[in-house]
Design a binder for this molecule. Structure first.
Ligand SMILES: [Fe+2]
Length: 280
């Protein structure tokens, strides 16, 4: 059941660069697939010769294995003129795809995991913020999140209080909108697109759409990649491996409000792939 549900979402399975080196052999929802380029004209096939639908969006190749896929969400800010769009490559993490998203939504770990970059001691307090499941779009949103950061972005100099909004438009996707140091009226966009290899293995594709004229492409990609590598060992050591949806299994704190809403939303949708269900 949960696998059938997951098959009807779209997943990033390649970025615009990786197919230049040849086809990508990979696994999506326990199915072996081959992604063949170029990205603008990519094909996705399995070993039985079945061909799956493809969309090129947010500098990634997206596919779905389902017969009646739900529509792929949009990130309209990504198309704004002047932004630099940075696919940051792929990071393999031995964790549930839902754990990868939940970790991306969690602010409280910044001072401890991303010390002196995204957070630092003694600035460890998470101020109150707002969390909602928006009915009209059926998305989870956390807004008015404020956090002190020593170096919020490659383009940031001294520490600043960064404003965040978090958005979950699909079970294995998280989008973050944050203070843009060189352009205060705009927000930088940073997302992770998680490719569920299985319920306990994830290929994570970070992607950014930033206003940053100073940094080189590889500096920006490297900054984000380093941050994600810092998360990897935390993610791989979480127990239980699958994300528990029963709130009684892990004690929520204020910083976890987004996580609580995310779990409730997964449960309501029946998005159980990568999750531990009640009593299971
Ligand atoms: Fe992190």
């Amino acid at each position: 059941m949960s696998l059938e549900y997951a098959k009807n979402d779209w997943y990033a399975v390649a970025d615009i660069f990786c197919l230049r080196d040849g086809p990508r052999r990979t696994r999506l929802l326990e199915t072996d697939i081959t992604v063949t380029g170029p990205a603008e004209d990519a094909t996705v096939t399995d070993d039985q010769g079945n061909r799956y639908p493809v969309q090129l969006k947010f500098d990634h190749v997206w596919t779905t294995l389902g017969d009646s896929p739900r529509p792929l969400f949009d990130i309209p800010e990504g198309d704004e003129e002047g932004r630099r769009r940075v696919p940051c490559g792929v990071v393999r993490v031995n964790c549930s795809p839902l754990r990868a998203v939940e970790n991306f939504l969690d602010i409280a770990h910044f001072p401890f995991v991303h010390t002196d970059i995204l957070g630092s001691e003694p600035h460890t307090e998470v101020s109150p913020y707002k969390v909602a499941i928006r009915e009209e779009s059926d998305e989870v949103w956390a807004t008015q999140v404020k956090f002190f950061q020593p170096q919020a972005a490659k383009s940031a100099g001294d520490g600043i209080v960064t404003d965040y909004d978090y958005r979950v438009p699909a079970p294995t996707v998280a989008v973050l909108y944050k203070t843009c140091p060189p352009k205060p009226e705009a927000q930088d966009v940073i997302a992770i697109f998680v490719q569920p290899v299985s319920e306990t293995v994830s290929d994570v594709w970070p992607w950014m759409a930033l206003y940053d004229d100073a940094s080189t492409f590889s500096e920006m990609a490297q900054f984000q990649h380093e941050i994600f590598v810092q998360d990897r060992s935390i993610l791989e050591n979480q127990r239980p491996v699958k994300l528990p949806l029963d709130p009684k299994m892990e004690i929520p704190t204020r910083a976890d409000m987004t996580s609580v809403a995310y779990r409730r939303w997964l449960k309501k949708r029946g998005a159980f792939y990568g999750a531990l269900r009640d009593g299971a």
